[in-house]
Design a protein around this ligand. Structure first.
Ligand code: MEV
Length: 324
């Protein structure tokens, strides 16, 4: 059994796909994966929270429970991971993989990457294939490309390594030592959307208005650099203000929506220092930063506005093997 955390992007989603940095935190919601050997050669995968159960036999997907389209999208990447590790293992054995996740799906919290990292670690441990964290990240990233098209890699990186990271596609990731507490409310609009189509939307805006979007990209980079300094100094006011500016840029790119705006406004009115969408947008989750003594107030406001809201806690624990 292995597990990996979900994440929130504090700054830089979407811009990160185009080479700019992102600042990201692992949070205390985890995906769990259990792997066992089977007598036959099937690869059986089930997920109770997705209500899916299916197996691959000679590369053909046979569904026992759940929606066929969803099963294919969700399970193909996990098959990819299992097969990559089986290749290294050298012997083709059948596997049962059971996924259990507390991470809301398609909500911007990196649920698919957390599941991918947990499955990679669980299968690696079962087959005694030595996998460094770098190996887990690599295979989870390849699997993510099957789900999201051209993701940056930020989601599998944070799910694998945990803590806080500055991530950039060309230079990789740098752990960020954040001493300041970052009290965050996460509000889920419960509007599901596809990361792939949100990434495509931004690409299309960038292609149509390159001169407009280029300065937005540079502004997004400056926001991250300023945020790193503000976090070092423990200046939450500045972090909040930068979140608002970052959200304005994302809004400009067309990746916010009414459901997100509703929750973001409610959080700001209730005294949040800043609020923005997190992840791919178009629904999914928003985050709001508040001083500790205001956090409950902001939480309640987001809930009253219809969000499925909770307080996020940063976790330093990336992917890990769980006691069986
Ligand atoms: C998704 O959590 C964040 C995006 O920037 C996509 C990516 O970086 O892969 C929208």
């Amino acid at each position: 059994m292995a597990s990996a955390p979900a994440k929130v992007i504090l700054f830089g989603e979407h811009f990160v796909v185009h080479g700019e940095p992102a600042l990201v935190l692992a949070i205390d919601k985890r995906a769990y994966a259990k792997a066992e050997k089977r007598e036959d050669k099937k690869l059986f995968i089930q997920s109770s929270n997705l209500n899916l159960a299916a197996y691959f036999e000679n590369d053909i997907l046979r569904i026992e429970r759940g929606n066929p389209k969803e099963a294919k999208i969700k399970l193909e990447p996990l098959k990819y991971i299992a097969e990559k590790i089986l290749e290294t293992h050298g012997e083709r054995v059948g596997l049962n993989i059971e996924v259990n996740s507390t991470v809301p799906v398609a909500a911007g919290l990196g649920s698919s990457a957390a599941v991918a990292a947990a499955v990679a670690a669980a299968v690696g441990a079962l087959l005694n294939v030595k996998m460094s964290r770098e190996d887990v990240f690599r295979v989870a990233y390849e699997a993510e490309k099957l789900v999201h098209g051209t993701p940056s890699g930020v989601d599998p990186a944070i799910s694998t390594f945990g803590g806080a990271l500055i991530f950039q596609m060309d230079t990789g990731f740098k752990p960020l030592d954040v001493k300041t507490e970052i009290p965050l409310v996460i509000g889920n609009t419960c509007v599901e959307r596809s990361t792939r189509s949100q990434i495509e939307k931004v690409r299309s805006v960038k292609e149509r208005y390159p001169q407009v979007v280029e300065p937005m990209m540079r502004a997004a980079r400056e926001i991250v650099l300023n945020a790193v300094e503000a976090l070092k100094k423990g200046s939450l006011d500045t972090v909040g203000e930068l979140m608002n500016i970052n959200h304005a840029l994302l809004y400009g790119l067309g990746v916010s929506d009414e459901s997100l705006e509703w929750l973001i406004n409610a959080a700001r009115k209730a005294g949040a220092l800043g609020a923005k969408l997190t992840g791919a947008g178009g629904g999914g989750c928003m985050i709001a930063l508040a001083y500790k003594d205001k956090i409950e107030q902001v939480l309640e406001a987001v809930q009253r506005a219809g969000g499925n809201a909770f307080i996020a806690r940063k976790t330093d624990e990336g992917v890990r093997i769980e006691p069986s």
